[in-house]
Write a protein that binds this ligand. Structure first.
Ligand code: ADP
Ligand code: MG
Length: 543
């Protein structure tokens, strides 16, 4: 059975598989395109449309069309209601996945079951888990979620000669998110050195700047009219703005005509003008790139063998030019729209081979390389190379415990009123699997017989101990502690496995009391996932 890689993008998605010759190929969608807009149109209570047709429907039915849902994945308060039914972002993403799977089934003639779905490297545990659940709701078996830059690097690696140790810088500017990641390739191994990014920065922000420019240009000439208040006009303008932006990647200047309430305005936008309008956005990506280069330097990586540009927005010439001017980097486009899905397809096959050969009881207990090769329709040699492949990632963000600040002057008199902060145990960019070893913390009050272990994850791009800059992701309790004066020690260990699952272990040495828990990641509960699965299965999905 074939395995598939899915790039579930903020603005465009793509599905790929590995053919008999071992090459990753993209499955085309219903209208013959390789990428499908990540747009869902709730046509009725029974049927949804996904892709180009849905995007075009946004003009006529803005209230029934959902775009950029990836920006809300994992946010419990982002449900949307259509035709009397409420949908979490996971369900809406699942509808996109169903359409992609349907396209691949039509293309290959085989059912789509086992998949790897990619996520921005910078996604936290909540968003990763929500993406996995979206796959489940779509009726798919999610072998793993994989960081997009790692997928791009796997695809790059498959296309280049093995040349010993190499370091890559991946600059990925998509429709809604931005990531920079440094990756080390060594033989068949792929290892993330460090990663950084901003998941609210992408092509859609460039589009917004163009929309504002066009609207202002219109009202400059007709101050009595308010086209910005007309939803349909703005939707129309959004499509034109994206089109203008794309055209200005290959031409120097474009004219655009707008008609509203009988008045017509023609505006010109040049490539230089666009660069000026959006310079602050590009600058933000350069600051993050600078930070990534500095982190890599601290880890001993001082030069890059290749700089890969991934994501549709990297087609704007300003990206490569600025990377050259600012950092002397020679960047090149690397199959920017398809590399992630293709790399995910290669990884899905690797995972499937490993699952087959590992069996229930660990490596060696499963099927033989020959069996796996027969099942997957690839050679024994390919199976062996894949089984030996190691893909190592890093902790995407810092994780810690909520503690009371003992340095706060109030602490000595009234510890309950002292400042609360997050003490990070695991820092971003630690290689996975990661183990902090036992870290010592202290009780706050006399005779405190229990401790709540509140686990928080860094929320912004830079680690900070302020509660407001972190997200609460789970809890555990250390109970029945012996009665002792305040300041009694206990130990906490964080362990994160290679797929990003966090395990926490608390222990009080004197009494031997222990608590172990896996972080129960927030988001949809299992019953809600089951309910959403049947709700999504009831829809007829088309492109
Ligand atoms: P995502 O994975 O976030 O959905 P993609 O990598 O598919 O994003 O990139 C989509 C973004 O790239 C969109 O904002 C789109 O307008 C932009 N884009 C695509 N082609 C071009 C181009 N030729 N010039 C500039 N921007 C482009
Ligand atoms: Mg992308």
């Amino acid at each position: 059975m074939t395995t598939y890689g899915i790039d579930l993008g903020t603005t465009y998605s793509c599905i790929a598989y590995v053919d008999e010759t071992g090459r990753a190929v993209v499955a085309k969608n219903a209208v013959g395109e390789e990428t499908t807009p990540s747009v869902v149109y709730f046509e009725s209570g029974q049927s949804v449309v996904v892709g180009r047709a849905a995007k075009n429907s946004a003009m006529l039915n803005p209230d029934l069309v959902v775009e950029l849902i990836k920006r809300q994945i994992g946010q419990g308060d982002a449900r949307r209601e259509f035709h009397g039914e409420s949908h979490a972002p996971e369900s809406i993403s699942a509808l996109i996945l169903r359409e992609l799977a349907r396209n691949a089934e039509e293309d290959t003639g085989e059912p789509v079951k086992d998949v790897v779905i990619t996520v921005p490297a910078y996604f936290g545990v909540l968003e990763r888990d929500a993406t996995r659940k979206a796959g489940q709701i779509a009726g798919l078996n999610v072998l793993d979620v994989l960081a997009e830059p790692v997928a791009a690097a796997l695809h790059y690696e498959a296309l280049t000669e093995d040349a010993g140790v190499r370091h890559l810088l991946v600059y990925d500017l998509g429709g809604g998110t931005f990531d920079t990641t440094v990756i080390r390739l060594d033989g068949g191994d792929v290892q993330v050195v460090c990663t950084d990014g901003d998941h609210h920065l992408g092509g859609a922000d460039w589009d917004s700047k163009i929309i504002d420019y066009l609207l202002n240009g219109f009202t400059d000439q007709h101050s009595d009219l308010d086209p910005g208040g007309d939803e349909q006009f703005v939707q129309d303008l959004a499509i034109s703005a994206e089109q203008l932006k794309k055209e200005l990647s290959s031409t120097q200047s474009r004219r655009h005509n707008m008609r509203f309430d009988g008045s017509v305005v023609q505006l010109e936008l040049t490539r230089d003008g666009l660069e000026e309008l959006t310079s602050e956005l590009l600058e933000r990506t350069m600051e993050i790139t600078e930070r990534t280069i500095a982190t890599a330097r601290d880890k001993g990586v001082t030069r890059f063998d290749d700089v890969l540009l991934v994501g549709g927005m990297t087609r704007t010439p300003a990206v490569a030019r600025t990377l050259k001017e600012r950092f002397g980097l020679d960047a090149r486009l690397h199959d920017p729209d398809l590399a992630v899905a293709k790399g995910a397809a290669l990884f899905a096959l690797v995972q499937r081979v490993k699952i087959g050969m590992d069996g229930e009881d660990g490596p060696g207990s499963g099927e033989t390389a020959q069996d796996v090769a027969d099942q997957l329709g690839i050679s024994v040699e390919q199976v062996e190379t894949m089984a030996a492949k190691r893909v190592a990632t890093v902790v995407p963000r810092a994780f810690g415990l909520k503690v009371v600040d003992s340095k706060d002057p109030v602490f000595t008199t009234d510890p309950d009123r002292a400042r609360e902060l997050v003490a990070h145990l695991l820092t971003a960019n630690t290689e996975l699997p990661a183990d902090t070893g036992p870290q010592t913390f202290y009780t706050v009050t006399d005779n405190q017989n229990s401790v709540r272990l509140e686990v928080w994850e860094q929320a912004g791009s830079v680690a900070s101990d302020e509660l407001a800059h972190n997200t609460h992701i789970g809890d555990g309790m250390l109970t029945d502690l012996p009665l002792r004066p305040a300041g009694a020690p206990f130990e906490v260990t964080f362990f994160m496995n290679p797929t990003g699952l966090l395990k926490v272990h608390g222990r009080e040495a004197g009494s031997g009391r222990e608590v172990r828990f896996e972080i129960q990641i927030g988001g949809l509960e299992e019953a809600e996932v089951r309910e959403a699965t049947s709700a999504v299965a009831r829809y007829e999905v088309s492109g």
